[in-house]
Design a binder for this molecule. Structure first.
Ligand code: G1P
Length: 275
């Protein structure tokens, strides 16, 4: 039902310098796959075939990754190594990729608004590739698409995090309307622990209805002088309804070294027939 998925990918990845000096952080591999490829696979599993990527300077490797490499094809066609390309070939066959560039970094809300030109007037998914999610038998975006199909409003994914970590996230408050599903009454971007309305942290998965673009245009810069999607979603929650969904599965914060290493171990075991 939702056909498009937006990937904000213009950030500099400063936390991983020098690795990200000449290489976009989104193509850093977890074992043998770039981070963003896991995200695109999750989107496709949810039926989102149109992949819209907001890029910036120095991100060419990202576009090349989802395009044909004639030299490579020529080299390995008909050899056993073709198996290594099976997943990326499937993505290239089943998805379309479109790109737009964000010229200045003014926050996640601004990045999403930059993607409007690729999305238009329809509901869409948003995946922050840094948050790598291994769904519990079903991808997190597929789980969220089911919620959207029932309620037809914006949905954010949440996770309970320890209070000493809460300052890193957007945080919601709300009333539980179904097991693990909350109707949002308040949202705060990266509050101090003592100001946080709960321990329910927003993670990098959203389904947004397209009225969010008009709201983002009206949203004043918030924390750090940036346009925050959290602020726009609070407006949307007050005008209409926004849901927070406690997803099933496990998330790795691959924007941190610790999460990156945990994800690497997890997917390495998976590749070798482990858990
Ligand atoms: C962004 C959002 C934040 C959310 C987080 C999830 O923050 O602004 O609300 O909790 O993604 O990863 P960032 O991590 O880009 O600073």
């Amino acid at each position: 039902m939702i056909k498009k998925c937006l990937f904000p990918a213009a950030g500099y990845g400063t936390r991983f310098l020098p690795a990200t000096k000449a290489m976009p952080k989104e193509v850093m591999p977890i074992v043998n796959k770039p981070l963003i490829q896991y995200g695109v696979e999750e989107a496709l599993d949810a039926g989102m075939h149109n992949i819209a990527i907001v890029t910036g300077r120095g991100k060419r490797a990202l576009e090349d990754h989802f395009d044909v490499s004639y030299e490579l094809e020529h080299q390995i066609n008909g050899t056993p190594k073709e198996a290594y390309l099976a997943d990326i070939r499937r993505l290239m066959k089943e998805c379309t990729f479109s790109y737009t560039r964000q010229k200045e970094m003014k926050g996640l809300g601004h990045a999403i608004l930059t993607g409007e030109t690729l999305i238009g007037n329809e509901p869409f998914g948003v995946i922050l590739a840094d948050d790598l999610c291994d769904g519990d038998g079903e991808g997190v975006m597929s789980q969220m698409a089911r919620i959207y199909a029932k309620y037809r409003c914006s949905v954010v994914a949440i996770e309970e995090v320890p209070m000493d970590q809460i300052h890193k996230y957007g945080v919601i408050a709300g009333s539980e309307i179904e097991d693990g599903l909350y109707m949002i009454s308040d949202m705060v971007e990266k509050p101090a622990a003592e100001d946080a309305p709960s321990n329910h942290a927003i993670i990098g998965r959203y389904i947004l209805t397209p009225d969010i673009f008009d709201i983002l245009r009206e949203t004043a810069p918030g924390l750090n002088g940036e346009i925050q999607i959290t602020d726009a979603l609070l407006t949307q929650a007050q005008r209409n309804m926004v849901l927070a969904y406690r997803f099933k599965g496990r998330r790795f914060d691959c924007g941190s070294m610790e999460g990156f290493v945990e994800a690497t171990n997890h997917y390495y075991q998976r590749l070798n027939g482990g858990d």
